[in-house]
Design a protein around this ligand. Structure first.
Ligand SMILES: [Zn+2]
Length: 426
């Protein structure tokens, strides 16, 4: 009998021990999963704070203390709004290879026109008109939310950057990132909204570019009519089908729609933080020779003073008056800065030239990519501070373009990128 009680006691102790251990293990596991969650949250937390909000009225400068040689990190000069380095926007040459009539600058202007037009139609939820250019999937994304939106006005596109480009014998596609500001009216409230969106354009590769006028009119790709699209997506004038990638550029999808009433001002270098240098075109020597054959009276070296002058224009207030993409980007930045009440000063020292990276042409323009080095000083101030001494030397890459035909063919800046370079190469 005693033996039985003893055995029972042992069994009970074991049962309690097992159950107890189970509880302990369970609570340990719960604790560790809480810890894991915290770890994940920590990792996902943005590593950069918007330092403008931390030090609204204080002085920050970019001088020799901050190295511009910070490969693989995000601490380079000008990179003070928490963005990573801006990768170089790819050029649209692959599309020109499948369509000899393709013009990069015309396409980008068309993209801006389409973007502006589509946003104007957004409050009306005009599915039919929009379906001439937007796929059903893109329309779904584009028109989601904001059911009580009354109007969208004062649309100003700031940045237009090519994210990806692809072309083979079947398809051509281009992904474009737009940065824009617009005023949205909901009932009697007017709200200024800053938007960042990426639009993926695609087209069958056997479709060729129409004339610039037809492209820019957003009209029928077959006859150029700007009449509205019919119920079955045909042109009301020529009767041909006009929606879809078999006829012209179609927006296949819209990704990463971000609305922000108050984005951070770009307090670093104009036109974004530095990326990495691009290698020279492998056939650059041949291209230089072709250039001197084509323009014996116009040596490439003659472009250098012009490029220097344009660099100075981009970095001072004259940049706001520049035409095309560059002026758009600078005016947008200026708006972000004045929106935040920040004054940004940029001075460029003597420019040292490093030559051409690439020389290309498409249906309408020829392009020259240049690299140059200059001491660049950037600071924002609140009125009681002095500029920093000893500015670091920055490398900049600039894409210049001019029309292939015409009497006056002035060069214009179509892109400018800051580049990080190892100190010993500067
Ligand atoms: Zn037509």
């Amino acid at each position: 009998m005693n033996d039985f009680i003893e055995q029972l006691a042992v069994i009970l102790v074991m049962v309690f021990a097992v159950v107890g251990l189970g509880f302990i293990r369970l609570s340990l596991r719960q604790k560790s999963s809480v810890e894991r969650l915290k770890e994940v949250e920590d990792r996902a937390r943005p590593r950069f704070q918007d330092d403008l909000h931390h030090a609204k009225a204080s002085y920050r400068s970019w001088d020799g203390e901050k190295p511009i040689t910070s490969h693989g990190t995000n601490s380079g000069i000008g990179n003070t709004t928490g963005h990573g380095a801006t990768p170089r926007a790819p050029r649209l040459e692959p599309i020109h290879r499948v369509d000899a009539r393709f013009s990069e600058l015309d396409f980008l202007e068309f993209a801006v026109a389409l973007y502006t037009w589509a946003h104007t139609l957004r409050p009306k939820r005009d599915f039919l008109s929009l379906s001439a250019f937007l796929s059903d999937i893109a329309l779904d994304t584009f028109l989601s939310g904001m059911a009580d939106l009354d109007s969208v006005q004062d649309i100003r596109v700031g940045g237009v950057r090519t994210l990806r480009v692809y072309a083979d014998e079947h398809w051509a596609s281009v992904e474009i990132e737009f940065k824009a500001v617009m005023v949205e009216r909901v009932k009697d409230d007017f709200v200024r909204i800053f938007r960042t969106e990426s639009w993926r354009f695609r087209r069958r590769s056997d479709v060729k570019s129409p004339s610039r006028d037809v492209l820019m009119s957003l009209g029928c790709p077959h006859c150029g009519s700007t009449a509205p699209v019919g119920e079955t997506k045909e042109c009301l004038d020529c009767g041909a089908q006009r929606a879809g990638a078999e006829h012209h550029w179609q927006v296949a999808a819209i990704g990463s729609m971000r609305r922000n009433p108050q984005p951070s001002p770009p307090v670093g270098l104009p036109l974004g933080p530095p990326g990495f240098a691009v290698p020279n075109a492998p056939d650059i020597a041949v291209k230089r020779m072709e250039w001197s054959d084509r323009y014996p009276d116009e040596p490439l070296s003659a472009l250098q003073p012009l490029a220097e002058e344009l660099l100075r224009q981009v970095t001072d207030r004259r940049g706001l008056l520049l035409p095309g993409m560059m002026g758009r980007r600078l005016r947008y930045e200026h708006e972000l800065l004045s929106n935040a009440g920040v004054v940004r000063h940029v001075t460029v020292g003597p420019v040292e030239h490093r030559g051409e990276i690439d020389i290309t042409r498409d249906a309408t323009h020829e392009f020259v990519d240049l690299r140059m080095a200059a001491p660049v000083r950037v600071w924002v101030q609140d009125g009681k501070t002095v500029p920093p001494q000893e500015p670091p030397t920055c490398i900049c890459e600039m894409t210049l373009a001019r029309q292939l035909e015409g009497e006056e063919r002035p060069w214009q800046v179509v892109d400018l990128r800051w580049v990080e370079m190892p100190k010993d190469e500067v």
